[in-house]
Design a protein around this ligand. Sequence first.
Ligand code: IMP
Length: 423
Amino acid sequence: MSVTLILGLQWGDEGKGKIVDLLAEDYEYIVRFNGGDNAGHTVRKGDEEFKLHLVPSGVFYPDKTKVIGNGVVVNPETLVSEIEMAESRGYPMKRLFVSSDAHIVLSWHKIMDGALEQTGKIGTTKKGIGPAYSDKASRTYSIRACDLLLPEKELKEKLLRIAAHKKKLFSALGFPDFDSESVVSGLMKSAITIRPHVADTQFILNDAIAKGKSVLLEGAQGALLDIDHGTFPYVTSSNTTSGAGCTGTGIPPQKIHSVVGIAKAYTTRVGEGPFPTELTGSLGEEIRKVGAEFGTTTGRPRRCGWLDLVVLRYTCMINGVTEIALTKLDVLSNLKEIKVAVAYEIVGKKTENFPLDLPRLAKAVPVYETLPGWEGDITKCTSLADLPKNARKYVEYVENKLGTPVKIVSVGPKREETILVNP
Ligand code: IMP
């Protein structure tokens, strides 16, 4: 029996999808606990590929139980389209459960997200995530998955009451209008598909753990996008750190045995906000091209930069990371030398601690160590010993600097392009 939590240690897009899908083979329950369809990951099996935003990564395993936990905000249209897509391709979704406590993202959340972006740019995915979590926190104007089980008339009345409030608010703020009836009819239609999946997942998960089943908790986004611990305000609206694995599922902390932190061998970020090791010139562009660094959800080009150990030390600390999966090492092949930030200098003062306020972070100048690069294609390497000497040294360097074992090294997008260290 084991409960493992996986999360990204940077600003998201660390390649979690592949690692979760790889580990999913060994787990019976695969669970999302935060975020919504702002997340996006690609999972592959042979030549088959799924681009998912909401459904947990174990889509290729119909026999496994997939859970969307209470901490997730659910866009019903996205959920229905992912269920239909998987089923039409021969992967039944009968074992997908959506927490009755999960809040629903509606079209007015998206309108509000777009309108708020005009007034202060965070660079959101415009999926309505922030406004949906705001409604959850303010408690009065939110619909939860359990509401989809209400008699149709009751649900309709509830929606129309919220719609009337939103209309007043939007008109006062000069936000675009919406058609209440089409929101209602859209949700009623989605509800037909979603209803059979709604369940009290806190009980499903704790019963499973009590019976010795294995559970994989799959984090969305990355630790520095956490609303409390990230680079506020340039963050998402949920907790993306390991504690959310408990609050977003109802699994108690002492039941979680290991925390796998996913770190890309370099750093990327989408959206606005400070990024000390960003490479704004041709090298950054080259990494973006080789690493195909374009958002799965929005298609936006990702900002690219060197690996930042100041970031990783902080995110390993706050998440209690027990092991690391280092991804996309192949993207760094054929560089003459590779830089890694080991500290920052902030107005002449050196620090190894990640600055927790924006003004200090904005002034942070990375202190780099330079490592020699390696040449050639490493995608066929299946063990650390197969790697060119300098690539192996890079992995060992990261491991030593973080004092945390690197257990997985990803050397290409395919499942088999993975090194399992002492499997
Ligand atoms: P929101 O989550 O759409 O509100 O966007 C807030 C910030 O989080 C923006 O900078 C987004 O680009 C970023 N973000 C949200 N989801 C992801 C993700 O899955 N990967 C990377 N960045 C994300």
